[in-house]
Write a protein that binds this ligand. Sequence first.
Ligand SMILES: *[C@@H]1O[C@H](CO)[C@@H](O)[C@H](O)[C@H]1NC(C)=O
Ligand SMILES: *[C@@H]1O[C@H](CO)[C@@H](O)[C@H](O)[C@H]1NC(C)=O
Ligand SMILES: [Cu+2]
Length: 679
Amino acid sequence: MNPQLSSSSFLVFVFVFVFLHSLKPASIYCHPLDPLTPSEISAVSNIIKSSHLGSSKSLSFHYVGLDELDKPDVLAWASTHRWNKAAPPRRAFVIVRSEKKTHEIYVDITNHSIVSDKVYEGFGYPMLNFEEQEAASALPFDYAPFVESVKKRGLEPEDVLCTTFSVGWFGERKQGRRLLKIQCFLTGDTVNFYARPLEGVTVVVDLDAMEIVEYEDRMVVPVPGSTGTDYRAAKQKPPLGPRTKPGIIVQPEGKGFEVDGHMIRWANWEFHLGYDVRAGTVISLASVKDSEKGIFRRVLHRGYVSEIFVPYMDPSEEWYYKTFFDVGEFGFGLLAAPLEPMTDCPANAAFMDAYITDRDGLPIKQSNAFCVFERYSGDASWRHTEFGIPGQVITEVRPEVSLVVRMVSAIGNYDYVIDWEFKTSGSIKLGVSLTGILEMKGTQYTHADQISGDQHGTLLAANTMGVYHDHFVTFHLDLDVDGPDNSFVKSKLKTVRVTDDSSPRRSYWTVAKETARTEADALVELGAEPAELLVVNPSKKTKMGNDVGYRLISHGATAASLLSDDDYPQIRASYSKKQVRVTAYNKSEKWAAGLYADESRGDDNLAAWTARNRVIENTDIVLWYTVGVHHVPYQEDFPVMPLLSGGFELRPANFFESNPLIKTPANKLVHLPNCPRNP
Ligand SMILES: *[C@@H]1O[C@H](CO)[C@@H](O)[C@H](O)[C@H]1NC(C)=O
Ligand SMILES: *[C@@H]1O[C@H](CO)[C@@H](O)[C@H](O)[C@H]1NC(C)=O
Ligand SMILES: [Cu+2]
């Protein structure tokens, strides 16, 4: 409940609540952007199973998510006074496979009916579900040639386990089959099986038939004998690594944020925290309070991780196809890791659960899928020391406290940490960190000196190569700065030569603003020229007459793809050479690699949409930003890599009339010197 309510409005609140509650049970606090609840998910699954699809033995669910209301309806609902809010209509978008066909189904949950059911005829396939990957990885153990391959290597099948890999697309003309490749590893006495691949074995599974359709064993190298790669604390032997002292986080006045359903309110921010099985965390309706004007002002309508493209750089038979789309193929939300209190998130974090669906469309709870906490960074948010006034030293510092929403997705070997950080200054900072285990190739090499010619990785241990690869994490950022109609502006810094004698200077720089008229004008290759990138609201000005806006600032990790344009993975991710793109808002343009990323061919991706070259001036626009990392592995990345981080910031730029933190009270961090018993 809003803590600012006075006690008399509290009574009114109770009365109205009880009254409305009796009319419309359980609907009052349901927000149109709330993720599907377990009972909604079950209802959707039942509706589909009682349709004509229910008789299909091959029915399997691949995506179940909210089909959110159209944007104007969401905004209208959000701006309605809470006592007048009606229950929003609830619809689901579902992708199922049945009889080797992909169905796109819209379900109206409120009236229990299928609104539409269309068979998708284009290229590409939906996200893989858990159960089919599990079933596919078990197939090799009943396949005699594979068992023979295991024995040939002197191993026992019970010490081997297999994992699944999407197959990519390499120019086949016909609509292909829904395939998956399997790679297997020696696990035995370690959980770090990735370091011991059965290199040379390729297993191809047809997912619709659920059978092995191709098998090859080139038996090129022995299985690496890596030992000491286990990362579990209990398995570590002395000498142990560096030690740090324990620390505590105390909030003597309790948490500073409020969780109201899926709405989060903290300091000068409020936003909706949603969830999707494909995207993971979804932030919507983020607004920041302007304390001078006394109102909340809109900043971000919707933001989420749209795709992660991970191409490996080894063209050999067993590796060329490893060109993953982690979000569209495997599901960033599907593979959300349960966060551990006190380590994944600090002691003052609140944890939240999420719900995904299984193969049968039934709800599965993901405990601690994300956490929310206030971060006391120990940094200043602004400061000044004044030495210039004789006889005085004036110092003013304000500590920085921010609010973080965190989720981790463990896509097989790799872990991605995604942080949304809201700052009282009005900034939204996005953090992407990579950790987890490298993908490793078995080789004959035991020392770097033996390697000649082109290398595809770094030798990490005897017979173990960490293969070169990239990570391109693309964010969908539907900014609505003070309203939906925005423009994208490049403020280019240009050197001007002084050619007359008007100044002793020979040069200076100035700013030349260019407003992007169409999508082509808004393609940006970071670092190509000095420029500030802004999303502005051209019809809102500050008192000084500047356009109200937000600025995009990169915080490292600005790599763009180095593959050639005609290479198949690059065709599929043809958006990955420009880190910044802007599109005209379109509700169905959500997934940067297309709705069907698995075996996609690049015909429905972010680059294809921007190629339409729509007008993007003073209209509803979406900013797409790609955090990029070229990953050359180093020995320290083995056996588990320390976090490698990058990200970006959306920072107010002539949005406020002045620094919004000048009047922030100068509170100080609480100091509890060596006194663990202090509450
Ligand atoms: C259910 O609602 C949808 C709109 O979401 C409408 O198109 C459909 O006709 C309704 N069906 C029934 C059976 O009322
Ligand atoms: C919206 O996007 C979809 C998918 O790219 C496209 O088919 C449709 O034509 C677009 N609509 C508009 C109005 O641009
Ligand atoms: Cu990497």
